[in-house]
Design a protein. Sequence first.
Length: 545
Amino acid sequence: MTTVPPGAESGGVPRRALFRTTATIEEEFRRLLCSRCRLLFGLALAITVVMIAAAQLVTEQGNAFLASLGLGGYEWAFDGMHVVSFALAFASLFIGDPSARRLQDTVLVTVSFNFVVGLFSMGGTLDPDYPPALGASLMLFVPAAVIPWKTKYQAWLGFLTVVAFVLVHTLGYSLSPVGAEYWAEAGGMEAFREDLLITTIGLIILAGTSVLVTSRLYSLRTTAQKAKRLGSYELKDELGEGGMGTVYLAQHALMVRPAAIKVLKIGEQDGLSAMMRFEREVQLSSNLTHPNTITIFDYGRSADDTFYYAMEYLDGLDLQELVDRYGPMPANRVAYLLAQVCGSLSEAHSLGIVHRDLKPSNIFLTSRGGICDFVKVLDFGIAKQLHVKETGQVTRTGMVVGTPSYLAPESVLEGEEIDGRLDIYCLGGIAYWLLTGHPPFTDTSPLAIIASHLHTQPEPPSDFAEDPVPEQLDRIVLRCLEKQPADRFQTARDLLEALESVPFEMRWTAQKAKEWWDLHHPCESPVASISPLAAPAEAQAPASA
């Protein structure tokens, strides 16, 4: 399924798939760790084989070896240990389902073993001409940068690196004839101790730095993982962004139930106002229980003062996308959809709540329990509760609240009473969009559109509709779009009754809806999306426009 980016009110907008398999944070960490381990060991094995082959081909000893097809020389034995250890480690990652601990232990053992083998392969001399700094740096910093493991594992790796160097260096001086001969010529015991001390200090610094790098990276990963969790919900993907905040796909950690999380976005100038509006949206929406109104699950505030609420996760598309993708709708289907919106509005208005920003992108079409063409009214973000005095200045003076293409005249005029008839006007504009593919007024600027809402009578939708529109439905739409609230339907219930009385030759039914969805938009799809927040619903315009 797909979703429309915020502010998209015309066709041709690119869309993207949003669903992905959900998983806990711990499981995501284990998967990431496993993929990084495979990358590390796979590259290490390939690089080791290439370097060994190159070394054998460019040395006389290698040429002699290849000519005789023998396997002599202790250098080849050490090279073989590198290859075998990396190959075994790489193969072990494909056996069973390795845990995070097993993966981290495998990296620690394999890297430590190869560092020790590398030290012994130098013959125990460890002279200043061949210092172990490069090998130690690779063994320490490659895992630190690539493997998302805990800091304690990196600390153990650093400790083992330093200890292994000291032991092998001392054994090389004491037991290896080559080492004893080299250091006798280089200055004896004093030169050996000096080199041992300097190199050991250097390795300690390298080990400590690698631990610091790992600690920092692990901390960042942990912070990012925690940031993906709000209350009992784990954030999975961003679905859309609008004027008041961002919507994310989420999953309840215990119930494993998908949800959409709306997170408040506070601007520098109107932080208090945005917070008040956000809290009001939650309070108003949570009181609405009509099946055609989106359900609010939960509300909360995180430790870093992030405000959010969780709502049901919808499968389908909004009415904006419906017409953008499939063109204007037949009249009988338009009446079928509008009737459901009337049910949602009827409950809201009975509780003294006016939506104030009804538009096609705020009405979502989904399926519930096998019932297709099921409407959900979204985003009561700028809803107004009548007969309740609001505290604080929620909207600024001179600001028009709503979306210009679907704006009721009383939204613009100062001192005009706001009630449920404002939503009736907006619903008339939505009906116009569904029937014709464009809103009632299509002027080029927001101010011109607002002026048309105030002074211009719209043409009947039947003049522009591709399919026949019954005369009675024409009159219903135009009555909804009357300039004076008193001339419109007075309640959503009145509008519902008028829609049900339109004499269609063939009414739109649940069976027809299922047939359409089966053809165009599979019903009850396992892949889900939710309409994002609408674009900022406030249009700057003089109140006297």
